[in-house]
Write a protein that binds this ligand. Structure first.
Ligand code: KIV
Length: 264
């Protein structure tokens, strides 16, 4: 049966963990969704993973449309979330136009990086039938403002601000909240405080769901492996086996383990 927003809300209620992985083409979308993953993310990480860029900033709306079409064609019932790329939602009219373009390409939810400044856009999208995910914490489109890919919300003031932003975006109508690279204790607090299901990456074991970049969890991303990534290909033996092992580990609460998280 197809995964919907209601499925995720019910899973949060039942305290049942859900899994999310990136996919950027029809073949991987087919494998990922057939292996039990609940949510597929067409992430703008494709700028780094597929295009070899040093950040997600150069990714265009046309790139996202191209990859969303492929993923939608291969998807076997996972909820299909798509990133709004850098500066494609900086004003309300732009956010509505970009979201419409992605929804027409096959997105079932759009993801926006930022904090309280996105509340009006999230409310307007929600009122017009566009499900949204608000991405907080380490927001890669802000890498040049953040001064690198660093854990966010470590000091008390930053943690309090992130909690407030998550609550404001939850109230504005965000259907999902995604937390990237935040201390596990802060992610636990935010997950308990908001109505929306929370997906974590480098955010510890207490979020409602987990996401990883597919190429990272297959261990094929060049360079140093981030702390929050586990290579599932080693234990899974094949691509489908690795994905099934990831889904099982998330559902059982075995991934992420304490060593994959960050302290405040
Ligand atoms: O673009 C992406 O793949 C993401 C994940 C890292 C959450 O935003």
């Amino acid at each position: 049966m197809a995964v919907t927003l209601h499925t995720l809300a019910e899973m949060k209620q039942r305290q049942e963990k859900f899994s999310c992985l990136t996919a950027y083409d029809a073949t991987f979308a087919h494998t990922v969704s057939s292996s039990g993953v609940d949510v597929i993310l067409v992430g703008d990480s494709l700028g780094m993973v597929l295009q070899g860029q040093s950040s997600t900033v150069p990714v265009s709306l046309a790139d996202m449309v191209y990859h969303t079409r492929g993923v939608a064609a291969g998807n076997q019932g996972a909820l299909l979330m798509v990133d709004m790329p850098f500066m494609s939602y900086s004003t309300l009219p732009q956010a509505l136009e970009s979201a419409a373009t992605l929804m027409r390409a096959g997105a079932q939810m759009v993801k926006l990086e930022g904090d309280e400044w996105m509340a009006d856009s999230i409310a307007a999208l929600s009122e017009r039938g566009v499900p949204t995910c608000a991405h907080l914490g380490l927001t890669p489109q802000f890498v040049h403002k953040l001064g690198g890919y660093k854990v966010q919300g470590r000091d008390e003031a930053a943690a309090e601000k992130m909690l407030q932003s998550a609550c404001a975006l939850d109230q504005a109508g965000a259907d999902v909240i995604l937390l990237e690279c935040v201390p596990s204790s802060l992610a636990q607090k935010i997950t308990a405080a908001v109505r929306a299901p929370v997906i974590g990456i480098g955010a510890g074991p207490d979020t409602d769901g987990q996401v990883l970049v597919l190429h990272d969890m297959l261990g094929i991303t060049p360079g140093r492996r981030p702390r929050f990534v586990k290579d599932f290909l080693q234990e899974g033996g094949s691509i489908a086996g690795a994905i099934a092992a990831y889904v099982a580990a998330v559902k059982a609460g075995h991934f992420p383990a304490p060593e994959h998280g960050f302290k405040g």
